[in-house]
Design a protein around this ligand. Structure first.
Ligand code: HAX
Length: 432
């Protein structure tokens, strides 16, 4: 058994026993009350799920296994000579609740490289699609096509003991994560570079190899990718993509189909697609104002025009957060260190000074601050990755780390089929 799997098996067995006793003893206790406004309002804040890998605080933002993003930047292993955390380290931390050593992370990079071959029929499936199929649709289709690789599905069909669900889910998750950069880069080169594909490099970390296959060798871009793929990985369990993977996974759909479902959810403009919408909106603003160095006044007018046309300001607002998103801040810190005087980065910072005041003045927006998607586009454009329809795929590759480590936990802890209660309006009227 590999060292990560061994650690996971030990921790999961212990926690399963503990949780079973805990739930038996305290099962009758009330953890929440649900207001009618929450039933009508997208279930905001309803406590209804266990998610071990990260937790979101409205004021502080995300903590992964208790660590904030600045703490992760300090404590997680880095690539040789690099300053940004390796996402391999975050996956390890989320899965077994321990900060890995440099050697452990090196092992994981090599293990994912070993598992990274993608069967040719997945590329054939992608090549059969019209080139203008949205990259997120292509990504989801490729993840579903890979399902023939599922060890869980094969073993389940043969009669898998429920105590071994976690083992097959771990293998599927490791294999899928290992293959995602290859698939994602294939989609990018197919759509935007005439199918001029780049073979994987040997001996690189997960992010650097992904950057290489995209065709961007700049060392700073590789650093950005390490940071990007770390900070987008998880945002507790209730967000739409994570919750979708959790829900679909609870039917014992395997990791491939559960992940594909989550990607369909990430592809909505109120969720992950916001990262493409932000830069698209900034490009349109620059075009409309006729300058890449617009004044604050011109920007404010553009914001007001957008709102007056009944649209949202992409990259601002959040269902849970009530302060600037630390994932936005981490990207701003990166830009301050690596990027000097870039027009689009400057516009993102101007927006940060203007949008919260304008949204705040509307009186209805609960969180006028930037979220994770407000900054990423300008960074990617800086390094030459300008094709914004692709951006949500990058988010999706990262999100795999969180949702699949959480799926391993769900299988190991034996979580049941998810099945909340719905009501008709008439029944709700009768109740109140
Ligand atoms: N611009 C304009 N209006 C906004 C707004 C924004 N950025 N954010 C919220 N509002 C509006 C809502 O549309 C709602 O208006 P109505 O009452 O007229 O319907 C009102 O303010 C109250 O909304 P809220 O309670 O503050 O926010 P929600 O929890 O309902 O929604 C959203 C949260 C993220 C969907 C919302 O803030 C939004 O649409 N933001 C822009 C899109 C975006 O950036 N999405 C990415 C979010 C982060 C993420 O998941 N990344 O992947």
């Amino acid at each position: 058994m590999d060292p990560l799997k061994k650690k996971f098996a030990e921790k999961a067995a212990a926690l399963k026993t503990e949780m079973k006793a805990f739930s038996k003893e305290h099962g009758h206790k009330v953890v929440d009350e649900v207001k009618l406004s929450q039933v009508f309002g997208g279930m905001r804040g309803v406590k209804s799920m266990i998610w071990e890998t990260s937790q979101l605080d409205a004021e502080e933002g995300i903590r992964f296994r208790g660590y904030s993003i600045p703490e992760l930047k300090e404590k997680l292993p880095k690539a040789d000579g690099g300053k940004e955390p390796l996402p391999e380290g975050l996956f390890w931390l989320m899965l077994v609740d321990e900060i890995p050593t440099q050697e452990e992370v090196k092992w994981l990079s090599a293990e994912w490289e070993k598992r990274s071959d993608v069967p040719p029929y997945v590329f054939d499936a992608l090549d059969a699609l019209p080139k203008d199929t949205h990259p997120m649709a292509q990504f989801s289709i490729a993840a579903s096509a890979l399902q023939t690789e599922s060890i869980f599905s094969k073993k389940y069909a043969e009669g898998l003991n429920k105590n071994d669900y976690w083992d097959a889910t771990y293998e599927d998750s490791m294999n899928l994560i290992a293959k995602l950069p290859r698939i994602a880069a294939y989609i990018y080169r197919r759509v935007y570079h005439n199918g001029n594909h780049i073979s994987p490099a040997k001996g690189q970390d997960w992010s650097a190899n992904y950057a290489h296959m995209l065709g961007i060798e700049d060392a700073d871009f590789k650093s950005l990718m390490r940071l990007y793929l770390t900070i987008h990985a998880d945002h507790e369990g209730g967000n739409a993509s994570a919750h979708t993977v959790h829900l679909v996974g609870s039917t014992l759909s395997d990791a491939y189909l559960s992940f594909a479902a989550g990607m369909n959810s990430l592809a909505g403009p109120l969720h992950g697609l916001a990262n493409q919408e932000v830069i698209k909106w900034i490009f349109a603003m620059v075009e409309s104002l006729g300058t890449t160095k617009p004044s604050d006044e011109a920007i404010e007018k553009y914001i007001n025009d957008t709102l007056a046309s009944g649209r949202v300001i992409p990259g601002y607002g959040h269902a849970v957060l009530r302060k600037p998103d630390p994932r936005f801040t981490a990207q701003k810190v990166f830009a301050e260190e690596y990027i000097k005087d870039d027009d689009y980065v400057n516009i993102v910072w101007q927006l940060f000074n203007i949008v919260p005041r304008v949204l705040g003045a509307l009186g209805k927006v609960k969180n006028p601050w930037p979220n994770v998607d407000a900054h990423s586009g300008a960074l990617l454009v800086h390094y030459g990755l300008k094709e914004y329809s692709y951006y949500t795929v990058l988010f999706g590759v990262s999100r795999a780390l969180g949702v699949l480590s959480a799926l391993c936990w769900s299988r190991a802890l034996g979580f049941p089929l998810e099945r909340p209660k719905s009501m008709t309006y008439k029944a709700m009227q009768a109740l109140v």
